[in-house]
Design a binder for this molecule. Sequence first.
Ligand SMILES: Cc1cc2nc3c(=O)[nH]c(=O)nc-3n(C[C@H](O)[C@H](O)[C@H](O)COP(=O)(O)OP(=O)(O)OC[C@H]3O[C@@H](n4cnc5c(N)ncnc54)[C@H](O)[C@@H]3O)c2cc1C
Length: 384
Amino acid sequence: MRAALAEMLPDDIRERQRVITTQNPPLEDQRRWFAILDGKGWSVPGWPVEFGGPGWSPLRRFIFEDVFHALDAPEFHWSGTHMVGPVIYTFGSAAQKERFLPRIRSGEIIWAQGFSEPGSGSDLASLRTHARLQGDRYIVNGQKIWTSGAYEADWGFFLVKTDLTVKPQRGISFLLMDMKTPGLTIRRIRQLNGEAHLCEVFLDNVEVAAENLVGEPGQGWTYAKFLLDHERTTSSFIFWSKRELARARRIAAAEMLDGRPLAEDPAFRARLIRIEADLLALEWSVLRVLANEKGAFSPGVAASILKVRGSELQQAITELHVDLIGARAMRYFEPEPAAREPSSEWPEHVPGRTTIAQITRASTIYGGAKQVQKNILAKLAFGL
Ligand SMILES: Cc1cc2nc3c(=O)[nH]c(=O)nc-3n(C[C@H](O)[C@H](O)[C@H](O)COP(=O)(O)OP(=O)(O)OC[C@H]3O[C@@H](n4cnc5c(N)ncnc54)[C@H](O)[C@@H]3O)c2cc1C
């Protein structure tokens, strides 16, 4: 796999990715890379053969994603490959499968996830965006927020209320929308780290063909839970963390303190080894889950544990990067990859570290906030 992937990955994309200064790769690189992967049937490593995936065992997929990240390949566009794709092939109509799955595999359609609303994040079932059936169309009104990458997405998958008379979870449906539909307005949100990747999405009498509803009306909550469990198990981000820990080692070897590399500093070494041990433990836990090892707890519990530990480690590693580059971390906004030529004062391992560390603060929020995950653990694992 390593040899094959290394040969497939174009040098220019790999180089941009190696010195990347933001969390999200350039969309053009992502699309180009996915078209190449699709040619070999590897763009959707988790999908069954029947839907165009490689049908790999969980372990084989684990190895693939490990090698993939170690090579500095651009990240998957998760919302398509890891979120809505599995929902469509599990619950969607034959027409939806035919229309969307090939275009997700090839990277042609980029998706946004329209779940959260102002006032409905952790308490998602309280969402208020409403879709009213009128003939063969839904008329959608409401607002979404924190919709990652909505401004560059082609399609979105949205949770909407289609029945206000039943208890909240029963009245939610899962609706696919073309992001160019009239009445749908996107506003980018300027973030602390200088990026504007998150968006607000305003829905004002947006007309959506009823055939774009996935599965049964009122079953959207079930599909969303399926999707979020998927997201949480994979969102331990183990491969990302391994790659970034390797980066920390490289930075420590290059940065000097009193004439010696920081890598030789005992305090730094103790911190690095602690994180390394935690990451190894997390990797083994992920492997246990993948091997379906019988444990005391249900898969939902495992997903929450992996999510919490994985996100904490991402933060520990990016904070280490920031500490390693010292005062230069104060210049935190580096939106453009390779915006400046590397110099002795600003070598290529410095730009972007703070930008990425700041967005990594969000890893304990998105995909299910940490405190809420702990509530789930308390209930499911310990019956509290
Ligand atoms: C970088 C980023 C990207 C995102 N991308 C998307 C996206 O693409 N699509 C999308 O739909 N959403 C997205 N989100 C939104 C994300 O899902 C929500 O932010 C998250 O669900 C938390 O909801 P909230 O922001 O409304 O916070 P709240 O739910 O208001 O939580 C605020 C605080 O209260 C705590 N809290 C809430 N309820 C409880 C409780 N019952 N017990 C104890 N503590 C509690 C939380 O843990 C948190 O610390 C993104 C968020 C971020 C930060």
